[in-house]
Design a protein around this ligand. Structure first.
Ligand code: SAH
Length: 366
């Protein structure tokens, strides 16, 4: 499944689909499904509250349903994710879970608790077809697209652990979701949009997490960025730029051979204009590869005066990689150059590094 350098895989291999789950369905579809199972349509609301408000999947605990109804409705709550491994660090406030899907495919998600927020980093595909050479997931190729419910289940499981007080800091809630785990979310467009809807819709429809707390990160699939802008979902768009010039970006983010820096930035500015949301530009600083001051200068010129924020990520070297993070002085010079252009910039923390849970390290090695 591993790919040649620069090779792109857009279409996921055809494989058996995971079972239909409540979270795959809109409320109207849930009512129809419940009726098909021989129950009254309003049971869909009850079942939805159990799942999205209380994060319950065990029908035995749903005492407002008759035993016969519980039996039938359990068909809408198949087990989609099985935990294989859980690793924690930062005193338990960062935790990475490796999940096995029904067909043996492996994906990972990471929960990060900060004093003022809880962010969950979720996967949208098993593997990834975008082949960025510095990214661990990119090296393995694409296994398959995840279903809407498989994506949502990662969040629900984190929400359940938080509500139960299993994460140090007392009972809490998930406030932010970043599609920065395994996969290219915009290459699995339909399922990802379904998941975003379930995440932001208020109960009983969904989890009721503010769309402002949701970030969809992409290598830059230009037509899909346009479609996302049309959805009317004010989610933050993160663009993995990593180089301001086509020559270098063609190699670091191979999708650039299809859509160039100028095109992808245009798509991002249109997205910002439509949604009024600030674009987050992701830029992994790689020593002597993309961290030169002249590149900071070029980046600054490309993004200044736009609704933008630049997120510099010290490269997390993947096993066997010839690349490493920038020298501190080069990182500082890069930041200064961007600030000179008046561009808001921060350097991202590298939480989860020790458990291979940081950006780009999710590889589901087993
Ligand atoms: N496919 C999407 C989302 C997944 S990765 C995308 O590319 O945007 C989330 C972020 O981590 C992206 O910005 C990605 O480029 C970055 N990343 C990948 N590998 C990395 C690494 N080894 N070090 C630092 N950041 C990395």
């Amino acid at each position: 499944m591993s790919q040649q350098p620069g090779q792109l895989t857009f279409v996921a291999p055809r494989r058996a689909k995971p079972a239909r789950h409540l979270a795959d369905l809109s409320m109207a579809e849930r009512r129809a499904a419940v009726t098909e199972l021989g129950e009254k349509a309003f049971r869909a609301d009850q079942l939805s509250r159990h799942y999205f408000e209380r994060h319950t999947t065990d029908v035995a605990a749903m005492t407002d349903l008759s035993p016969a109804a519980r039996d039938k409705l359990s068909a809408l709550l198949p087990t989609l994710l099985t935990p294989v491994k859980e690793l924690t660090t930062d005193g338990g406030t960062t935790r990475k879970t490796l999940w096995r899907l029904f067909d043996g495919a492996l994906v990972e998600s990471v929960l990060m608790r900060y004093p003022e927020r809880v962010t969950m980093c979720v996967s949208s595909q098993a593997g990834c077809g975008m082949n960025c050479p510095f990214c661990a997931t990119g090296q393995a190729g694409l296994t398959r697209n995840m279903s809407t419910a498989e994506i949502v289940e990662q969040v629900v499981s984190g929400a359940r652990a938080l509500a139960a007080g299993e994460v140090p800091g007392g009972p809490g809630r998930v406030s932010n979701i970043v599609f920065m785990g395994m996969g290219e979310p915009l290459a699995n467009y339909k399922q990802v949009i379904g998941a975003v809807r379930r995440i932001v819709e208020p109960a009983p429809h969904g989890l009721g997490i503010s769309a402002r707390g949701v970030t969809v990160s992409t290598v830059g699939l230009v037509p899909a960025i346009g479609k996302l802008a049309d959805e009317g979902l004010p989610v933050t768009l993160a663009l993995s730029l990593h180089a301001p010039d086509d020559e270098l970006r063609d190699t670091l983010v191979p999708i650039n051979t299809r859509w160039k820096v100028a095109e992808v930035l245009d798509a991002a500015w249109s997205y910002a204009a439509r949604t009024k949301r600030r674009i987050s530009i992701e830029y992994a600083l790689i020593k002597d590869v993309n961290d030169q001051e002249w590149r900071a200068d070029l980046l600054g010129k490309l993004v200044r005066n736009k609704l933008v924020h630049v997120n510099l990520i010290p490269l997390n070297p993947t096993p066997g990689s010839k690349w490493t993070a920038s020298r501190p002085e080069d990182e500082r010079a890069f930041v200064r150059r961007l600030e000179f252009h008046g561009v808001p910039v921060t350097v991202r923390d590298t939480r989860g590094r020790e458990i291979d849970g940081a950006c780009g390290q999710l590889a589901a090695a087993e």
